[in-house]
Design a protein around this ligand. Structure first.
Ligand code: LFR
Length: 512
């Protein structure tokens, strides 16, 4: 066909896709071209990404796309945040590419705070410098761990790239570090977007690795010759989207404003993680934000995503793995069905408890958590599935209250975007627990945001005004193109008792 197509490579922490998108009569259409698994591998107890296989799958997807569409206008990659690749002076991998759930960062957060002036003072210094929430998965603690452990790769590395940058480099031969993903490292000044070099020096992280960042929409140049030959993508420009998947997803929230002064809506980008927050015009690096451990990530057009990482559908996904390990299987639909049949609030769990970050087996970890917190261990699998979803809804409720405190206005609507919108039970629980209207969709928010930013970079979507007007225009296209599902709260009072117990429970548990 002759349609003018853009290709989004969208890599999540459990699977990747190549998705084609095109505009027709002011509407955006999508077609999934290729889908593949993204399974981390344990190499001598170090959890790593299989970037070789990911690259092979990406090339395969592009080859299929090149055979399918005649006019391919651009290609761009988004991925999960915080992880990075080090490149040596010969233009090769300087070492293994670690998965953020790798255990080497354990204890590194507090050690880094010690190094930065001790305990609370060190923590305050890092927060003032970066405006980011404290999580051990952050790039900062990964690199600090690498420095502390004397990892060889850090010594021989010449360049630091984030995951999306790495694949852009393989595609185009050009190095770049995209700003929204760099903002997830906890190494960047949220006001200026510059690397916090003096903090890095204090932590023993070599600053020579970090080049200035580029903004989403940047055109890197055509795919390099060897890639063009292997895939058939000739003269196709590589256009940098918001390479952080969450940054891409939030572009697709179907609202008619952008980065409002007084937000009346928030988003939950729902997948392996749930990222819940507000899109604002500027960062809020203040005491309350630090206390509540919210983050100020960089979005497109200078916006800020003030948000919290919540342990997401990870627990639910891992429960399925537990069932598979026992030799049987269960589909997502069956899991949701069994959860809906289980009785409510049988077990309360905190989705952000450390025990659930990377357990050997999720079912075992939840059983241990139940016993430790003095709750009866449920018998049916459905009760565990339900607990995973209720725990999220309860966490959303707490997070909503914190967000309203932080932004100083009432949030009327919760927009859920991403894969989690397909879980109607969770969407309804969210409306009930939060006592707010939930608008769910689009499900493909990340790929859409990736495509939209490529269209903006190539001026397929453009407004005569500024970039934020262009983003609003793009959101109009998203609203025209994808239906949403609305959920109204039903009997929200039912959640009051469990919510009080949840706060108690989460307060006592060592949240990750
Ligand atoms: C979501 C996400 C989050 C980031 C986490 C780890 O997929 O990118 O935004 O905090 O994964 O990378």
């Amino acid at each position: 066909t002759e349609k003018s197509v853009h290709l989004a490579v969208d890599l999540g922490a459990s699977s990747g896709r190549v998705i084609a998108g095109w505009l027709d009569g002011g509407k955006l259409s999508l077609e999934e071209v290729h889908r593949f698994a993204n399974d981390p591998v344990l190499i001598q107890d170090s959890l790593q990404w299989n970037v070789h296989s990911l690259w092979a799958e990406i090339r395969e997807g592009l080859r299929v796309a090149a055979g399918k569409y005649q006019a391919i206008r651009s290609v761009g990659v988004d991925t999960w945040g915080v992880d990075y690749v080090l490149i040596d002076r010969n233009g090769q991998l300087a070492g293994p590419v670690r998965n953020y759930r790798d255990s080497r960062t354990q204890g590194m957060l507090s050690r880094a705070c010690e190094r930065m002036g001790g305990g609370e003072a060190g923590r305050a210094a890092i927060f003032a410098a970066t405006g980011l929430q404290f999580m051990e998965i952050n790039t900062l603690y990964q690199l600090f761990a690498a420095a502390e452990h004397g990892e060889r790769s850090l010594e021989i590395a010449d360049h630091f790239l984030m995951m999306g940058d790495f694949f852009h480099w393989l595609l185009s031969g050009k190095r770049s570090i995209e700003a929204t993903n760099a903002s997830t490292t906890q190494m960047v000044d949220p006001a200026t977007g510059q690397w916090q070099t003096s903090m890095l020096e204090q932590l023993g992280i070599p600053t020579r690795l970090f080049e200035p960042t580029v903004q989403p929409g940047t055109i890197l140049g055509p795919v390099q010759a060897s890639v063009a030959e292997a895939t058939g993508l000739k003269d196709v420009p590589v256009v940098v989207p918001a390479t952080h998947d969450t940054g891409s997803a939030v572009i697709s929230v179907p609202v008619d404003d952008f980065a409002p002064e007084q937000p009346s809506w928030c988003y939950i980008s729902s997948g392996t993680w749930s990222l819940m927050g507000c899109e604002l015009a500027s960062p809020r690096v203040n005491e309350v934000c630090s206390q509540l451990n919210f983050t100020n990530e960089g979005g497109v057009a200078g916006s800020t995503r003030l948000l919290k990482n919540i342990g997401g559908l990870w627990i639910f996904q891992q429960l399925r793995k537990s069932v598979q390990r026992q030799g049987s299987d269960v589909s997502w639909e069956q899991m949701v069905q069994q959860a809906s049949e289980a009785s409510e609030f049988e077990l309360l769990l905190d989705p952000d408890h450390r025990a659930f970050v990377a357990p050997q087996d999720m079912l075992t970890a939840i059983k241990a958590f139940a016993s430790e917190t003095g709750q009866p261990v449920p018998e049916s699998n459905g009760a565990f599935y339900r607990a995973a979803l209720e725990g999220l809804a309860l966490r959303y409720r707490v997070c909503l209250g914190d967000l309203e405190t932080l932004v100083g206005s009432r949030i009327e609507t919760i927009h859920i975007v991403g894969g989690g919108t397909m879980n109607a039970l969770l969407c309804q629980m969210t409306a009930d627990a939060c006592n707010r209207t939930v608008v769910a969709g689009p499900v493909e928010a990340t790929a859409i945001g990736n495509l939209v930013m490529q269209m903006i970079g190539t001026e397929v979507i453009k407004s005569d005004a500024d970039l934020s007007a262009t983003i609003r225009m793009a959101r109009g296209i998203v609203r025209e193109s994808f239906a949403v599902q609305t959920y109204q709260p039903e009997n929200p009072d039912r959640w009051d008792g469990p919510a009080a117990r949840f706060v108690e429970l989460a307060g006592h548990g060592a949240s990750a």
